[in-house]
Design a protein around this ligand. Structure first.
Ligand code: ADP
Length: 162
């Protein structure tokens, strides 16, 4: 049985992330989507909100679990019994940073392998940052995110938070 982990900020989850989640869920017995509670970044959504949005999006995929973690990703992977780290690669601009992360994680925990999934062309330009930017300028974001995430962004708009 292979448990994989898909770590990220997911602030908020986009259709690009969901594409990776669906594809990775077919490759591994269990996939843990791990939301990083990063104190160095100021996210738009709290870690609890990000987890809740992901749970709603993934509720129909039985082998996907959503959890949050603090600290080192490899420590959380070890605690969950995950042996594979899944990351999405959008473009060459992602490559350098992702390679650095993969090598560091492997050095810290030699039992862990990183698997890169090439983003679907359709979502290759998409990022959580772009979605937040579009929401800030009152653009329709329904093509980028699921209805529950769109509703959460609209609520942030109403409060002037985005
Ligand atoms: P991080 O802060 O760790 O980069 P993100 O939530 O931005 O977290 O991304 C998590 C993972 O999802 C990363 O591997 C990233 O490359 C991937 N990813 C982000 N956007 C997309 C997308 N549009 N399509 C596929 N993968 C994506």
């Amino acid at each position: 049985m292979t448990t994989a982990m898909y770590p990220g900020s997911f602030d908020p989850v986009t259709r690009g992330h969901l594409d990776i989640i669906k594809r990775a869920s077919r490759m591994f017995d269990k996939l843990i989507v791990a939301v990083l509670n990063n104190s160095a970044k100021t996210p738009l959504f709290t870690v609890e909100q990000r987890v809740e949005m992901l749970r709603e999006c993934c509720k129909d995929i039985p082998n996907v679990e959503v959890a949050s973690f603090d600290g080192l990703t490899v420590n959380f992977a070890k605690a969950c019994g995950a042996t594979v780290m899944v990351r999405g690669l959008r473009a060459v601009t992602d490559f350098e940073n992702e390679m650095q992360l993969a090598h560091t994680n492997h050095a810290l925990l030699p039992g862990i392998e990183t698997v890169f999934l090439a983003t679907s062309i359709k979502w290759s330009y998409l990022s959580s940052t772009i979605v937040k930017e579009a929401a800030h300028y009152r653009q329709d974001v329904s093509q980028f995110v699921t209805p529950n995430v769109e509703a959460a962004l609209l609520a942030k708009q109403r409060h002037g938070d985005v």
